[in-house]
Design a binder for this molecule. Structure first.
Ligand SMILES: NC(=O)c1ccc[n+]([C@@H]2O[C@H](COP(=O)([O-])OP(=O)(O)OC[C@H]3O[C@@H](n4cnc5c(N)ncnc54)[C@H](OP(=O)(O)O)[C@@H]3O)[C@@H](O)[C@H]2O)c1
Length: 194
């Protein structure tokens, strides 16, 4: 293959698996991501890598801003011509994601408990794909390389996100729980939740 650009969205994203099998997940998300970056470098083409909130170390109190210094807990920089696209809480009509799961639960349960202690920015995968394609056009210019934040501008908690999904669903004649209760936090600190 002779690609002009590599866009890598491959990752182990199962949070439970990361807890149970950290070496396997390190192999995929760190060694594997590095191998893809090296391959792109060998071919002499730029690489776009999808990344997470973990481009930051999580020590800041309050919301991160684009101007905050990066302090990645992992190493992705194996190719000099790279563009890291940091995103969060991704949803789309495809694959498994929070929006689809909550809508599925709406048909199965009367009441749903959702954690409210994590806040983030829900981001449409369609917007992210659009942003990556737009960025790809500028990738011949060295100045364009680096880490970009490609995330929705609104901040919310998982519980309020679920409420919004349900009320939007109801407004369109679909199912949606009227009761979303706050579930006590159950994830250990540092758990790589997307
Ligand atoms: N979802 C989010 O909210 C979110 C937030 C921030 C960043 N991201 C990042 O966005 C990217 C895509 O995430 P997603 O939500 O679309 O995840 P996903 O649905 O789990 O997709 C991950 C993809 O990686 C592939 N993959 C996993 N292990 C692999 C391996 N060893 N070799 C080759 N391919 C492998 C999977 O292939 P199979 O389909 O064959 O299993 C799957 O197509 C990831 O880099 C993720 O970290 C996602």
């Amino acid at each position: 293959m002779r690609p002009q650009l590599v866009v890598s969205a491959a990752a182990s994203t199962a949070v439970d698996r990361a807890e149970r099998e950290p070496e396997l997940v390190y192999g995929i998300n760190t060694v594997g991501a590095g191998a893809v970056a090296e391959a792109a470098n060998r071919l002499g083409v730029p690489i776009v890598h999808l990344s997470t909130d973990y481009v930051f170390d999580g020590k800041k109190r309050g919301s991160y801003r684009e101007t905050d210094a990066l302090a990645p807990l992992k190493v992705y920089g194996a190719a000099p011509r790279h563009l890291i696209s940091r995103t969060s809480w991704m949803y789309s009509p495809f694959g498994a994601n929070f929006v689809k799961t909550t809508l599925r639960l709406a048909s199965a349960r009367k009441e749903i408990a959702v954690v409210a202690d994590q806040r983030g920015n829900p981001s449409s995968a369609l917007d992210i794909a659009d942003a990556i394609l737009r960025a790809a056009v500028t990738m011949g210019e060295v100045a364009a390389y680096g880490t970009y934040h490609v995330a929705g501008s609104g901040t919310t908690s998982w519980a309020d996100f679920a409420r919004h999904v349900f009320s939007s669903s109801r407004a369109r004649g679909g199912r949606g729980q009227r009761f979303v209760t706050y579930q006590p936090p159950n994830l250990p600190l540092g758990c790589p939740a997307h």
